[in-house]
Ligand binder design. Structure first.
Ligand SMILES: *Cc1c(COP(=O)(O)O)cnc(C)c1O
Length: 404
């Protein structure tokens, strides 16, 4: 077992071991430093903490419950399974935790315009929501392919008053949307804040987003101690950029008895361009501001990716996960599209909860692991979001017919 001294990570320049850092054009160095300064001041300001907790509680619906999945547990016949119900939050996923934190920072910095990238649209919706709430202008960049497969979220963002800009470059998904958002930021940085949606990008985003999301793990820890009077044996979370996973994992990193598994998108299997599992065939590289594990070819060209879930469909992973992987503190595996879709149905039918396709990847791994564990073992699965946005896509994949 590694001895991860989490309080020292990242270092002052945002490095998690060999990962992370700040790889951006010169014009963004100053705004990133300004953001870091504002975030550091806010982090030690009790008023900021008070305000952050106020909106999480009163607007978002925190704390979310740690729910005992009784029928799933019985069906699998092994470890006792708890679900951390981030799907119950306002706007339907954990993304709102970070969006609230960052808009409060933007307000403190005197910014009046908000931009963001989005994949599945959950982060776009969360950002459009907080921008509406604080009366700020909002522009969301979204890949044209993602606009198509997440049309419900496009309408939600528009209804919230945001401008949605479809991005037609390249693969027309998340990576291209991030490029466009960064281009916008360079141009409009004086009055614009970029609310990046995951524990990724140039320093301070990965550590800042982690700290806004650690509320998930802090709550889960308190709740499992209340219910079971001990820490769990296993934590499971899906990993896109890595924010819901690090949010759950971080407060448990120093509990050596707690095992952790991050689940990436296995897509149609581990073949070039057919998956988004960065720890299966990814290599060290720099993409969109940070150094991490990246899916790239031998010339350093970013490879295409595929996943049934837009929120996991990205060629790079957050730098803290890269480091936790190398340290051996967290294990990373993947679930294929088929397994995720099966888990999606299982949770709906056994527990009355339709999970996001992203979260279904974590459920799929739970279905593999729980039966092999003792009945007195405890698992917490992060249910990062609800599946309303995925219902039409899943129905098509599963061949559901309209009743005649
Ligand atoms: C965006 C999203 C993810 C993936 O992002 P992370 O930063 O890895 O958490 C996972 N689940 C849901 C529901 C999402 O909306």
């Amino acid at each position: 077992m590694s001895t991860v001294a989490k309080e020292t990570m990242p270092d002052a320049q945002g490095h998690f071991g060999p990962y992370g850092g700040r790889f951006v054009p010169e014009t963004l160095m100053h705004p990133l430093q300004e953001l870091e300064d504002a975030w550091r001041r806010a982090s030690s300001d009790l008023d900021f903490d008070h305000e952050f907790r106020y909106y999480l509680r009163e607007f978002c619906g925190r704390p979310t419950s740690l729910y005992f999945a009784e029928r799933l547990t019985r069906e699998l016949g092994g470890a006792k399974i708890y679900l951390k119900r981030e799907d119950l939050l306002h706007t339907g996923a954990h993304k709102i935790n970070n969006a609230i934190g960052q808009i409060l920072l933007a307000k403190r910095m005197g910014k009046t315009r908000i931009i963001a990238e989005t994949g599945a649209g959950q982060h776009g919706v969360a950002t459009a929501t907080v921008a509406a709430m604080f009366g700020m202008k909002c522009v969301i960049y979204m890949g044209a392919v993602d606009c198509e497969r997440q049309v419900l979220n496009v309408y939600r963002m528009k209804m919230l008053g945001a401008e949605v800009v479809p991005v037609h470059a390249g693969q027309k998904t998340l990576k291209e949307a991030v490029n466009e958002a960064m281009r916008d930021w360079v141009t409009n940085v004086r009055h614009t804040h970029y609310i990046l949606g995951t524990a990724y990008g140039a320093h301070p985003y990965p550590v800042m987003v982690r700290n806004f999301q650690r509320v998930i793990g802090d709550e889960a820890r308190r709740q499992i101690m209340e219910k079971e009077e001990r820490v769990p044996d296993l934590l499971i979370a899906c990993v896109g950029g890595g924010s819901n996973a690090i949010g759950l994992f971080y407060p448990f990193l120093e509990d050596q008895s707690v095992k952790m598994v991050g689940v990436e998108a296995g897509g149609e299997g581990i073949r070039p361009e057919r998956h988004a599992a960065r720890f299966q065939g990814g290599s060290l590289g720099v993409l969109q501001g940070t150094r991490s594990y990246i899916l790239q070819d031998e010339h350093g060209q970013i490879q295409g990716t595929h996943s049934v879930s837009a929120g996991l469909d990205y060629a790079a992973v957050g730098p803290e996960h890269a480091w936790l992987h190398d340290e051996g503190r967290v294990e990373y595996t993947y679930a294929t599209d088929d397994k995720a879709l099966k888990a999606f149905q299982t949770l709906a039918k056994l527990e009355g909860i339709i999970p996001a396709l992203e979260s279904s990847h974590a459920i799929a791994e739970c279905i593999v692991r729980a039966p092999k564990m003792r009945k007195d073992a405890l698992i917490i699965v992060n249910l990062s979001g609800r599946g309303d946005k995925d219902v039409a896509q899943a129905a098509a994949k599963l061949g559901l017919q309209m009743p005649q």
